[in-house]
Ligand binder design. Structure first.
Ligand code: SF4
Ligand code: SF4
Length: 410
């Protein structure tokens, strides 16, 4: 057995069914990856699964290790596959190490038996839901072209009833981005979700992408509602990541960190890629059945991939006052030319700038509260006071830069 060296925390996103999925969502970037493995049955063998678990647990020096499954659609492997996974984890887990099991699913196959298993093994489930029925069904359809809202909503309600912890993964696209309050309130009030991830759809062609400015407005409008009534009770990943950058100097989300490289993607056959967003031949690191996982994660190729995130930043980003909380966002989205003519500006930049500028005063306030060991949620008590004291011609306390009489925190 190869004894891998212990290295700091890294995250493997395993794709046990490769790109195979039981749905046909219009903007799924992964469906096209099926062509990487022509003729393959796209199912992870017991040998690859065992090797992934063993090597991941051996290589980590951290007290908590995440074992993550996503797709394609990982539930297509069937429950018995994951029962064997948990047995493997118990076989290789070091004493004192806590395991965070996660699975990202469209929810269609979840039933009571799945929920019982997920709850008993403390899985955190990410379920893909894009908002109310008319918004979700616009792009998220099955192979027959039928909307999937009813099935996904049923899964979310089932998990709630069965006390399975879940996140909502909402793809922000050309359609739902036009209705931020409706999307947010639907998740909070109708679904009862407490953990939300908003993931922008960015495609180089077609008309499904969220427009940059609209993405900014989407985040701002949801933030304005969240910061007045939901801090500490609803967790929005983007807002948490921004606050982490303010408080700790480093965002909690790879998109907004200075380097990439911590999040590798494992294909069904053991091939390891630099990132889930770069599952393509140029970013294949090797196969974990032939080269130790730790060596691949520590390889020169992966180090160069990680560093490219900051070495390729255009000057426009390097001189941006939001650099500490943005870092040029994800390299896969950097295909615009900056105002001073340099390639490599992020497609979402205009929206990101608007968002970061808007949340600045609130982030400053929450950072101050946390530095005084007070909960960030106290900001909700402070805001009405700031607004009550504002005069008509004062700058609006929300930080919009507009006069209070024009803005009123809207
Ligand atoms: S390429 Fe994008 S998704 Fe991958 S680690 Fe970097 S920022 Fe994260
Ligand atoms: S906000 Fe725009 S200019 Fe600033 S770091 Fe982000 S992508 Fe670059």
């Amino acid at each position: 057995m190869n004894q891998a060296a212990s290295i700091p925390a890294f995250h493997v996103m395993a794709k046990p069914t490769g790109a195979i999925c039981n749905l046909n969502c219009a903007y799924c970037f992964f469906l096209s990856k099926e062509s990487l493995y022509p003729g393959s049955n796209s199912r992870m063998s017991g040998e690859v699964m065992e090797s992934y678990i063993r090597q991941t647990l051996e290589a980590h020096a951290s007290p908590e290790v995440t074992i993550a499954w996503q797709g394609g659609e990982p539930t297509l492997m069937g429950l018995d596959f994951y029962r064997r996974v948990t047995q493997s984890i118990e076989r290789y887990r070091k004493p004192g190490v806590t395991i965070q099991n996660t699975i990202q699913t469209n929810g269609v196959l979840l039933d009571e038996e799945w929920c019982e298993f997920l709850r008993e093994n403390d899985f955190l489930v990410g379920i893909s839901l894009d908002g109310p029925p008319e918004m979700h069904d616009f792009y998220r359809r099955d192979k027959g072209g039928r909307g999937t809202f009813d099935k996904v909503e049923r899964a979310a309600r089932l998990m709630q009833r069965e006390h399975v912890e879940f996140n909502i993964l909402c793809a922000v696209n050309a359609v739902n981005s036009q209705h931020p309050p409706a999307v947010y309130r639907f998740f909070r009030d109708e679904i009862g979700a407490r953990f939300l991830q908003f993931i922008p759809i960015v495609e180089r062609t077609g008309d499904r992408s969220v427009e940059p400015e609209r993405y900014g407005r989407f985040l701002i409008q949801i933030f304005d509602e969240w910061v007045r009534r939901d801090v500490g009770s609803v967790f929005v990943q983007t807002f948490d990541a921004t606050l982490a950058a303010w408080v700790c100097g480093q965002s909690s989300l790879c998109l907004f960190r200075p380097s990439c490289g911590e999040f590798v993607a494992l294909e069904h056959n053991g091939d390891l890629y630099s990132c889930d967003h770069f599952v393509e031949p140029a970013h294949l690191l090797g196969n974990i059945l032939r080269t130790p996982l730790a060596d691949l994660v520590n390889s020169e190729q992966q180090r160069a991939f990680g560093e490219a995130k900051h070495t390729t930043l255009p000057r426009y980003c390097r001189e941006c006052r939001f650099l500490f909380e943005c870092h040029g966002e994800c390299p896969k989205n950097r295909f615009l030319v900056s105002p001073d003519g340099e390639a490599g500006l992020n497609y979402l930049c205009a929206g990101l700038q608007a968002y970061f500028a808007h949340v600045e005063p609130y982030m400053r306030t929450m950072t101050g509260l946390l530095e005084q060991a007070r909960p960030a949620s106290e900001i909700m008590e402070m805001l009405p006071v700031r607004f009550a004291n504002a005069k008509r011609n004062d700058p609006c306390p929300c930080g919009s830069g507009r006069k209070f009489k024009k803005c009123h925190g809207s």
